[in-house]
Design a protein around this ligand. Structure first.
Ligand code: PEP
Ligand code: MN
Length: 337
């Protein structure tokens, strides 16, 4: 249930509602809006009676939430969430470009990439240090050494770091360097990891599972929000279908539907979505026009030599051109939204 406060409700009145929610054994979530504040309730198994709240001063209305995902849904929060990553505001209306290699491989590789990414105007560098790989024999990432390189990049460029957290054991060290914690497709339903990320107070990029429905993606995000971390972005990265000519099937409709059903920013990742470098620019452009708040692409100084995902990584030259085009499309999109 959602408790809508009156327009002029005071801090004390909002506090009293939150206290009442706790007193009956549930968890309150204060949701500020531009017109009025709402208080969401989680932790309840069945319906909560409005009688508990209607008599409290400042309460305007109690509305049931029909969706199984609550805090993630637009029903609970009609206004878009803006995730502020050290001053870069994702979901504010401008396009957030996140680019970089699949994996951090060497100082030279990550610095050359970071330079190109920073020059392109992007505010986010992506790159994995802990890599969950399908094969145990494949490159698993530089791990702590990769994190140190990312920390060095951070000191040298105006870039925010998006890097993957593979498990709860390494969450602490990854969170020290990351500005955005990436939870990958393979971990979308790692509930211990989701809960641990929910207990943090830092931005999380949650990727859609390889064969997850949008409702499953929303429920996974709900784990994080229900523990009080509301700084979550949702990422469409392609799903497994019967098609074999592409690595995955990039679900552009997901970008549109996520924005419709949720207030959380949506990031499109056409690199993993299609898995073929020449097909990435067209899908990146389409993502901007579909309304994505951000686009994540893999780029590498020498894709042929990449230790992971080289076949879908753009050369730095192709990336530079794409970044400029996406900037122009984003301006067009902002004017026509
Ligand atoms: C990645 O971003 O490099 C990655 C492993 O992505 P996903 O979890 O979407 O496969
Ligand atoms: Mn990758």
């Amino acid at each position: 249930m959602l408790i809508l406060m009156e327009k002029g409700a005071t801090r004390d009145q909002i506090q009293a509602v939150c206290d009442r929610v706790r007193a009956i054994g549930f968890v309150p979530h204060e949701i500020p809006g531009s017109i009025r504040t709402a208080v969401g309730i989680t932790g309840n198994q069945g319906a909560v009676s409005p009688e508990n709240f209607m008599h409290l001063p400042g309460v305007a209305e109690c509305v049931p939430v029909s969706k199984p995902y609550k805090l993630v849904s637009r029903e609970v929060k009609p206004e878009p969430t803006i995730v502020d990553v050290r001053g870069a505001k994702v979901g504010e209306g401008s396009l957030s470009l996140m680019a970089g290699p699949c994996s951090v491989e060497s100082r030279d590789q990550i610095f050359r990439t970071a330079e190109a990414v920073a020059k392109s105007g992007a505010k986010f560098l992506r790159g994995g240090a802990f890599k969950p790989r399908t094969s145990p024999y494949a490159f698993q990432g530089l791990k702590e050494e990769g994190l140190s390189l990312l920390a060095e990049v951070k000191r040298n460029f105006d870039l925010r770091i998006v890097t993957e957290v593979k498990d709860t054991e390494t969450l602490g060290v990854v969170a020290e360097v990351a500005d955005v914690l990436q939870i990958g497709a393979r971990n979308m339903q790692n509930f211990s990891l989701l809960e641990a990320a929910g207990r943090l107070r830092m931005p999380v990029l949650l990727k859609r599972g390889i064969s997850a429905t949008l409702q499953e993606l929303f429920m996974a995000a709900e784990y994080i929000l229900s523990l009080g971390n509301y700084q979550v972005m949702l990422c469409e990265r392609g799903i497994r279908t019967f098609e074999t000519m592409t690595r995955n099937t990039f679900d552009l409709s997901a970008v549109v539907l996520i924005k419709h059903y949720s207030h959380l920013p949506v990031i499109a990742d056409p690199s993993h979505g299609v898995g073929i470098s020449w097909a990435v620019p067209a899908l990146a452009r389409a993502s901007v026009l579909a309304g994505a708040d951000g686009v994540m692409v893999e780029t590498h100084p020498e894709p042929d030599k990449a230790l992971s995902d080289g076949q879908q990584s753009l050369t730095l030259d192709v990336y530079r051109k794409l970044a400029q085009e996406l900037g122009e499309l984003a301006e067009w999109q902002a004017r026509h939204r």
